[in-house]
Design a protein around this ligand. Structure first.
Ligand code: NDP
Length: 328
């Protein structure tokens, strides 16, 4: 079809936006034959910087880029959006308490949820990258009562990709040989990257590695603390890989997961695996036709159970905090 797909991106003048927009415009998300219209949201003081980014987008002369619109009003920018990537969020400033952070982001994601509810396309899918991603998605979802809850997800794909990369390095396998990786829970230090169901060249990853000490003391903390390690090394945050994961997540959601594999996505819990219903919790999911389904029937041992429950407990705390603030 020649009707452009409308992709809204928030925080578009930020670091992640600077990698993300060019990839989307280049067709990395929807393919080389699908025209894309970018609708970019920023806070008012960042609009001038965003104009500079748009000049660069123009200068790339991407054949797939049908148009770009920018602004600071979500009810204009989300108008007709088929996909909304919520990247912009309020970072923790000096002296800011956790409650202040939740409140600042609460205001942003309440307003954005309401605007999406009002003006987005009927088929809208919403992916949240801005942190705290799971809880920001929860707030937006609760403020968009007319949008099916299954249309909201938070990004754990970067953690998923990091886990694949670590496992490939450990086993000498290629990334392509690794399937069925799972990140459970929150996109935070409590996340649980699970090797017990992952496969390397068709073999069970945990059995192949056969090293519980590496799994507990090396693999899990390396994946969970990778963002900090990159800030340490690079002097700024892992924006390019976050952008790449944002694209992977949206592409696989819309286009489907391959037979024999799955991806990690934080989606609204239906109580699967005894996780409290209603949390935005990362699960192994398969996707088809723009819908996801939680992979069922995986055996969970005591080690995994404890980790899955700990990250759920953190999400319950965050949910209760935003409930206490009246945001959901
Ligand atoms: P980035 O573009 O680097 O990051 C944006 C968000 O993504 C942050 O919440 C960040 O979390 C999160 N994130 C998730 N995964 C990663 C990762 N692996 N590495 C880095 N970040 C990750 O932030 P900038 O400050 O450069 O840009 C944010 C932009 O958002 C600004 O231009 C600001 O003006 C805008 N903004 C827009 C809003 C809006 O459109 N209404 C509202 C608020 C801000 P973390 O903080 O934990 O690093």
């Amino acid at each position: 079809s020649t009707t452009p797909v409308k992709v809204a991106v928030t925080g578009a003048a930020g670091q992640i936006g600077y990698s993300l927009l060019f990839r989307i415009a280049n067709g990395d998300l929807l393919g080389p034959d699908v025209p894309v219209q970018l609708q970019l949201l920023e806070i008012t003081p960042a609009l001038k910087a965003l104009e500079g980014v748009v000049m660069e987008l123009d200068d790339c002369a991407f054949p797939t880029l049908a148009g770009v619109e920018i602004g600071d009003d979500p009810t204009k920018i989300f108008d007709g959006a088929n996909l909304a990537l919520l990247v912009g969020a309020r970072p923790r400033g000096p002296g800011m308490e956790r409650g202040d952070l939740l409140e600042a982001n609460g205001a942003i994601f309440t307003a954005q949820g309401k605007a999406l509810n009002e003006v987005a396309a009927d088929d809208v899918r919403i992916g949240v990258t801005g942190n705290p991603a799971n809880t920001n998605a929860l707030i937006a979802m609760h403020n968009a009562p007319d949008i099916p809850q299954s249309r909201f997800s938070a990004l754990t794909r970067l953690d998923h990709n990091r886990a694949i990369s670590q496992l490939a390095a450990k086993t000498g396998a290629t990334v392509r040989e690794i399937k069925k990786m799972t990140i459970w829970g929150n996109h935070s230090a409590t996340q649980y990257p699970d090797l017990f169901h992952a496969e390397v060249g068709g073999k069970n990853a945990a059995e192949l590695v056969n090293d519980q000490a590496w799994l507990e003391n090396d693999f899990i903390p390396t994946v969970a603390k990778r963002g900090a390690a990159i800030i340490d090394a690079r002097g700024s945050s892992s924006a390019a890989s976050a952008a790449s994961a944002t694209i992977d997540a949206a592409r696989d959601w819309l286009k489907g997961t391959p037979e024999g594999d799955w991806v990690s996505m934080a989606v609204v819990s239906d109580g699967s695996y005894d996780i409290p219903e209603g949390l935005i919790y990362s699960y192994p999911v398969t996707t088809s036709g723009g819908d996801w389904e939680i992979v069922q029937g995986l055996e969970i041992d005591d080690f995994s159970r404890a980790k899955m429950d700990a990250t759920a407990a953190e999400l319950v705390e965050e949910r209760d905090a935003v409930k206490g603030l009246g945001l959901i």
